[in-house]
Design a protein around this ligand. Structure first.
Ligand code: NAD
Ligand code: WQD
Length: 339
C-alpha cells in the first residue's frame, strides 16, 4: 500500500506538476485546493498523464474543521504545502488577504498536522526572501529581507517553521526557495494558467506569441546586466517538481530535519534572452517595447545550487530551450482549445 501525501494547492501551477511526479514516484496524492486560482479540469489532465486520478477535496487550508476531518479520514504521511496567494503587486493592494491565506493558512494547517501526529512538511518558499542580492550567486545564508507583503508572508512562515522545529522533536521540515518557475509538462496537458493579464514574464511572452496580446513591455534596459534587461534564474517546473520528491525523501529518511535549500539552475538569463529563446521554440515573433523599470524589481538574481545537490542529490537538468518548447506547447494547445 503506497503512502498518501497531502498536496495543498495541488491543482495550481507547481502543485499539479508535483502531483504528477509524486504519483510517478509511487505515492498516492490527496489534493486540497479551494480552486481560487485553478480549475478542477486539472485533475482530468493529471489522470491522462499518469493514468491515476488524484483524490481531491475542495476546501480551504484556513478551515480547521475540514483539515481535522481530512486527517481523520485518511492515513496521510506528509504534507506538501503549495496553497497560497502569489501576486506581488496584488499583495500591496490586499495585504490582509495575503497574511490570511499564506500565514494563517500555514498556521492552521500546521496545527492540524500537529494534532494528527503528521510532522513531515515541505514548504513553498521563494527567492524573494533574499530581497535585493548583495552578492551572486545567492547562497542560503544570504541575509533575508522583504519589500512587499507577499515576501513578508514567506519570511514569517519560514521563521514559524524554524520555531516549530525547535519547539518539539520529530518535525521534518523542508523550506524550498524557488527561483523563477516556468515551462509546463511536456505533454502540454498541464501548465501555468494565470487569470487575467499575466504578471510574470514567461506567460506574457507566450500570450504575445499566440497573438492573444499585442506586445511585451520589457521593464527596463538600463540595469547593470550584459544587455541591460533584468536577469533571473528560470527553472523548468518539472525539475522543480522533482526537487520536491527529493526533499520529501530526505525528510522521510531523517529522524528529524530542518532543510532550507534553493531550487534553481544556477544560471541567469535576461529578458531578451528569454524572448529570443521563445521565438526560436515557437517559430513566432514576440514583439516588444522597452518600458520603464517596474517598481520593486531587482537587476539580477540566480541561485547557488550546491547545497541542494549535496543535501538532496538533486540538480535541475532542463535548459531554456526545453522551458520555452514546453511552455509553448501548453500555450498553443490551450489557444487551440479556446478556438
Ligand atoms: P498557483 O496560484 O498556480 O497555485 C496555488 C494553488 O493554491 C491554487 O490552485 C489555488 O487555488 C490554491 N489556493 C490558494 N489559496 C488557498 C487556500 N487558502 N486554500 C486552499 N487552496 C488555496 O501558484 P503556484 O505558482 O503553483 O505557487 C505555488 C506556491 O509556490 C505558492 O505558495 C507560491 O507562493 C510559491 N512560489 C511560487 C513561485 C512562482 O513564481 N510561481 C515562486 C516562488 C514560490
Ligand atoms: C522576470 C523578469 C521583469 C514581465 C516574481 C516574484 C517572485 C517569484 C517569481 C513568487 C524581470 C521582466 C516581467 C513583463 C518584463 N514569485 N518582465 N515584462 O519579478 O523575478 O519574480 O515571480 O515567489 O517573488 O517577484 O518574475 O516573471 O515577474 O519577471 O520585462 O511583462 O521579466 O522586470 O526582470 P520576478 P517576473
Amino acid at each position: 500500500m503506497s503512502e498518501t501525501i497531502l498536496v495543498t494547492g495541488g491543482t495550481g501551477f507547481i502543485g499539479s506538476h508535483a502531483t504528477v511526479v509524486l504519483q510517478q514516484a509511487g505515492y498516492r496524492v490527496l489534493i486540497l485546493d479551494n480552486l481560487c486560482n485553478s480549475a478542477i479540469s486539472v485533475l482530468d489532465a493529471i489522470a491522462e498523464i499518469t493514468g491515476q486520478r488524484p483524490d481531491f477535496v475542495q476546501g480551504d487550508v484556513r478551515d480547521r474543521q475540514a483539515l481535522d476531518a481530512l486527517f481523520r479520514s485518511r492515513a496521510i504521511s506528509a504534507v506538501l504545502h503549495f496553497a497560497g496567494l502569489k501576486a506581488v503587486g496584488e499583495s500591496t493592494q490586499k495585504p490582509l488577504d495575503y497574511y490570511d491565506n499564506n500565514v494563517h493558512g500555514s498556521t492552521t494547517l500546521l496545527a492540524a498536522m500537529r494534532q494528527a501526529g503528521v510532522r513531515t512538511f515541505v514548504f513553498s518558499s521563494s527567492a524573494t526572501v533574499y530581497g535585493d542580492p548583495q552578492k551572486l550567486p545567492l547562497t542560503e545564508d544570504h541575509p533575508r529581507s522583504a519589500t512587499n507583503p507577499y515576501g513578508h508572508t514567506k519570511l514569517v512562515v519560514e521563521d514559524m517553521l524554524e520555531n516549530l522545529y525547535r519547539s518539539e522533536p520529530g518535525w521534518r521540515i523542508a523550506r524550498l526557495r524557488y527561483f523563477n518557475p516556468v515551462g509546463a509538462h511536456p505533454s502540454g496537458l498541464i501548465g501555468e494558467a494565470p487569470q487575467g493579464v499575466p504578471n510574470n514574464l514567461m506567460p506574457y511572452v507566450a500570450q504575445v506569441a499566440t497573438g492573444r496580446r499585442p506586445r511585451l513591455q520589457v521593464y527596463g534596459n538600463d540595469y547593470d546586466t550584459p544587455d541591460g534587461t533584468g536577469v533571473r534564474d528560470y527553472i523548468h517546473v518539472m525539475d522543480l517538481a522533482l526537487g520536491h520528491v527529493a526533499a520529501l525523501r530526505r525528510c522521510q529518511q531523517a529522524g528529524q530535519e530542518m532543510l532550507t535549500v534553493n531550487l534553481g539552475t544556477g544560471v541567469g538569463y535576461s529578458v531578451l534572452d528569454m524572448v529570443k529563446a521563445f521565438e526560436q521554440a515557437s517559430g513566432k515573433a514576440v514583439a516588444y517595447d522597452i518600458a520603464p523599470r517596474r517598481p520593486g524589481d531587482i537587476a539580477a538574481c540566480w541561485a547557488d545550487t550546491e547545497l541542494a545537490f549535496q543535501t538532496l542529490g538533486w540538480r535541475a537538468t532542463k535548459d531554456i530551450r526545453e522551458m520555452c518548447e514546453d511552455a509553448w506547447r501548453w500555450e498553443a494547445m490551450q489557444a487551440a482549445r479556446a478556438g
